[in-house]
Design a protein. Sequence first.
Length: 137
Amino acid sequence: MLREIAKDYFINQNYNCAETMLHAINCYYDLGLTPAEVRLMGGFGGGLHAGHACGALCGCMAALSRMLVTDRAHTTEGFDEACKAFVDAFIKKLGSTMCYDLKLRYRNDTDRCLKTVELAADAFEEYAAMLGFAPKA
């Protein structure tokens, strides 16, 4: 289950929320991303380190892009709709896309934003299944 992989990256390996989601999705769906490519997510954790767009959401969107974009995002048929639908699914599951809102709901001093990461993993796994993506065997 994606949430267990995400928990390991977040808690045991101490990645931020954005790095965690891209690492976990890369592992679970065998996207073939390198560690250097995943490091690109470093600046997205903690809502861009400023409490804005949730880093877990950003990591999920990076993975969704890897899964769907064929050449360029704006030339990939249906990509805009897929992104909007995932954001809607994320909001339905977590209640917001904003880090500062989600921290108020889910963050604690013991395991930081683990609950947000777990819920984001659930939202992504459900959405990917709806699109027909299955985890690696």
